[in-house]
Design a binder for this molecule. Structure first.
Ligand code: IDP
Length: 222
């Protein structure tokens, strides 16, 4: 991790979720947008196109011009995705600080993680572009989800590319309200000029409620 302090940073922070399907990354991102009006680039809103990773970075760097913090909403569950993101963003904005928001996938947590994420994905029914839980075969859905778990590469800050993270915020699978609070408290400590004030508990509750109810279909299956 970089030693450089974030205390004086006022912009160019990219939040990088490291996740599998259903952990709550879009929910937390939507709540952060409600509270802070930060940029939020959702991979699935880009649609299918030839060089989707480049397009994702283009949208991200455009959003960085408008907002001090931008959320790179895709799973980023493999090192090659994190490398592409950091290499391509840094080429455009050299002083970018990357903060990983990792939903920890340690072997002893996987059973619980599977249970929680399957329940969430199945209960959202057909409100999803690619996983139509109400009509798809259960095995197909769990197969797609297992694929993400099998490919998941934990953040390893001793090595490239994760050595380039300014900070890693680790989360356990659980209520997104808890994840939101953990992320905000740490960002306030890391970047006091950006997160000047901690929102109240009621403000965080309301942001999560709104995020859960406006949920828009945005799964990243690439
Ligand atoms: P992902 O972006 O990591 O795949 P989300 O889309 O944020 O995960 O969440 C997956 C589903 O679980 C969504 O339907 C969302 O509304 C729901 N969900 C997220 N967080 C919570 C929670 O804390 N409690 C109950 N349902 C949740």
């Amino acid at each position: 991790m970089e030693n450089e302090s974030g205390e004086s940073a006022t912009r160019n922070v990219v939040l990088v979720p490291v996740s599998s399907i259903g952990c709550g990354k879009t929910t937390v991102a939507l709540a952060l947008v409600k509270l802070f009006n930060w940029g939020h680039i959702q991979n699935d809103n880009i649609g299918k196109q030839k060089n989707k990773p480049k397009r994702f970075v283009l949208e991200l760097t455009n959003a960085m011009a408008l907002s001090p913090v931008v959320i790179a909403d895709r799973n980023n569950h493999q090192k090659r995705e994190r490398k592409q993101l950091m290499d391509d963003v840094t080429e455009v904005v050299s002083d970018t600080k990357y903060v990983a928001i990792q939903w920890v996938h340690e072997p002893h947590q996987l059973d619980n993680l599977r249970h929680v994420t399957r329940d969430r994905v199945l209960s959202r029914g057909d409100n999803h572009q690619t996983i139509r839980a109400a009509t798809e075969n259960l095995g197909t859905i769990t197969g797609i989800m297992e694929g993400f778990l099998n490919r998941f590469e934990a953040v390893d800050t001793d090595r490239e590319p994760d050595i380039n993270f300014h900070e890693v915020i680790n989360l356990n699978i659980g209520p997104s309200r808890d994840s939101l609070e953990t992320v905000i408290i740490r960002l306030h400590e890391l970047f006091p000029k950006i997160v000047e004030r901690l929102p109240s508990s009621e403000e965080m509750d309301a942001a999560i409620e709104a995020a859960l109810s406006d949920y828009q279909v945005t799964e990243d299956l690439s």
